[in-house]
Unconditional design. Sequence first.
Length: 285
Amino acid sequence: MNPITLLQIELIKTTRRTAFWVTAGIFTLFGILILWAITGATGGLTVNGQQMQGLSLPSSWPTLMNIFKSFSTVFVPVTIILITASEFTFKTSRQNIIDGLSKEEFFSAKLLLVLFVVLVYFLLFFVVGFSFGAASTNWAEVKDPAIRGGDAAIFGAYLLVLFGYGVIAMFFSFITRSSGAALAFCLLYTLIIENLAATFLSLNETIKPAVKYFPTKIFDELLNPLRYDAAMMTQMKERFEQAKQFQPDLKFPDMIDTPVLFAIAIGYIVAIGAATYLVFKNRDL
């Protein structure tokens, strides 16, 4: 069966699921409320002790990305788990195989589902972010286009990161075959386990450098706006050199090269996807 037909099947099933519309709706509402607060309707918003008020495109794209990333990496996995794991609970996965789909086609359909959900959440981010950003921008004073080259690059990184979190969610869905268990394990891993492991490993100077290669750390670092803004990176290095005059022992943070970071992220996605497929292929329905 060709990919278009597989995607059509998934779209029919997904758009008829209340869970899809509810999670997408709540995500949109969160975004609107947060940006409404930032743009001054409630006097601004304090994030990590920093007062945020007003947006201005294109300079605010990294800020918008940061805001939406904080909860999209939860909503994307939740949406995928609620849609995917229930197929095992209600035995529709078995019925799909009985009706003629091979295990490979069923698995491919779920990858297409992950891609679809990622695109939906990215589109929601872009529409809501651009709407508030454009409304708050004094375009007469803006010389750059609404989306710069660096912004387009970080958009691509954002899509890859969301896909990575989606594949992790699919892994737990196929492993547990239960929405509740998959949600618990996925959120436990992405929000707690890696951070706890990073904290303990950081106590040992020898293995501390390995922490930055954890999957979610790689995904998070891909969205570091400094990687896509040469001017901002130059300013940061100049400030660092000035500070180094008073603190000679200071060292500029080591950063993995962006192409290498993309390669590692893609490698993790392929490895997690392959592990998911092997588990699914070798288990009875």
